[in-house]
Design a protein around this ligand. Structure first.
Ligand code: CTP
Ligand code: MG
Length: 237
C-alpha cells in the first residue's frame, strides 16, 4: 500500500489578479505547479501525484509536466478539475488506484512547502491519525464580524483568544477511506469546503495538528508572489 498526493490546481487565481491560471504562473522562471509537484515528490513516501488541472486545461498541464523532470519513483496523473476546490479534490480522489491507502491533499498555490513538513504529515497518518493538518500560531489577532455585503461598516461580534487559534496549511493528510467518505457524504453551501480536514470534522472524526512551516504559505495576493520569489532566491544561494 502506498501514499499519493492530490494537488488541486484548477483555480483561476482571481485574488492574484489577471493573467494565466494561478498554478501556471512562474516562480523563479518555473510554473508554481511544477514547484508544488516537486515538493510532494521530494518525499520518498510519495509514489503517485495526481494533478487536478483547470477543467479545460488537462492536455496543457500534461504537456507541461512532460517537459519537466521529477524523481524516477514518481508516477504522475492529470485529471480535469471542477468549479470549486472541493469539487476539484473530489475529482482527484476518483482517479486514485486501489493500492493507495494514505492521501495528501496539497494546494498548487503552496509551492514552497519543505519536505520535512510533508514527511511529518505522512508520519502522523501512518501512526494512526485519520486526518492531519500542518498549522502555525497566528501573528494577527482575529475578530469575528457581521459581514456587510454592501461594503459598509462591519460590527465586531467577538475576539477569539489568539493562543487557541491556528492557521492551517497543506499538505493535509488522510486515511484514504475517511477522506473519500467525507467527500461523498458531507455537503457545504456556496464555495464548498475551503479545507479537507473541515469535511472530516463534520463526520465527527478526530483531526490532529502537526507543526506547519512559514514557507508553506499560500500564494494568494500579489505580495505573496514577492515573498515566494525571495524565499526561492534565498534557497538558491
Ligand atoms: N482550486 C481548484 N479548483 C477550483 C478552485 C481552486 O483546484 N475550482 C485550487 C487552486 O488551484 C489552489 C487551491 O485550490 O491550488 C487553493 O485555492 P485558492 O488559493 O483559493 O486558489 P484560487 O481559487 O485559484 O484563487 P482565488 O480564490 O483567488 O480565485
Ligand atoms: Mg479560491
Amino acid at each position: 500500500l502506498r501514499t499519493a498526493a492530490v494537488i488541486p490546481a484548477a483555480g483561476r487565481g482571481v485574488r492574484l489578479g489577471p493573467g494565466a491560471p494561478k498554478a501556471l504562473r512562474a516562480l523563479g522562471g518555473t510554473p508554481m505547479l511544477i514547484h508544488a509537484v516537486r515538493a510532494m515528490a521530494a518525499s520518498r513516501a510519495v509514489s503517485l501525484v495526481v494533478v487536478v488541472a483547470p477543467p479545460d486545461g488537462a492536455p496543457e498541464v500534461r504537456a507541461l509536466l512532460d517537459g519537466h523532470t521529477f524523481p524516477e519513483r514518481t508516477e504522475l496523473l492529470v485529471v480535469p478539475g471542477g468549479d470549486t476546490r472541493q469539487q476539484s479534490v473530489a475529482l482527484g480522489l476518483q482517479a486514485l488506484p486501489d493500492d493507495v491507502d494514505v492521501v495528501l491533499v496539497h494546494d498548487a498555490a503552496r509551492p514552497l512547502v519543505p519536505v520535512d513538513t510533508v514527511d511529518g504529515v505522512i508520519a502522523a497518518v501512518r501512526a494512526g491519525a485519520p486526518a492531519v493538518v500542518p498549522a502555525l500560531p497566528l501573528a494577527d489577532t482575529v475578530k469575528e464580524v457581521r459581514p456587510d455585503p454592501e461594503g459598509g461598516q462591519e460590527p465586531v461580534v467577538g475576539t477569539p483568544e489568539r493562543a487557541r487559534l491556528r492557521a492551517v496549511q497543506t499538505p493535509q493528510g488522510f486515511d484514504r477511506d475517511m477522506l473519500v467518505k467525507a467527500h461523498t457524504t458531507v455537503t457545504f453551501d456556496g464555495e464548498g469546503a475551503t479545507d479537507d480536514a473541515g469535511m472530516v470534522e463534520r463526520l465527527g472524526a478526530p483531526v490532529v495538528v502537526v507543526p506547519g512551516h512559514e514557507e508553506a504559505f499560500k500564494v494568494t495576493r500579489p505580495l505573496d508572489l514577492v515573498l515566494a520569489e525571495a524565499v526561492l532566491a534565498r534557497r538558491r544561494v
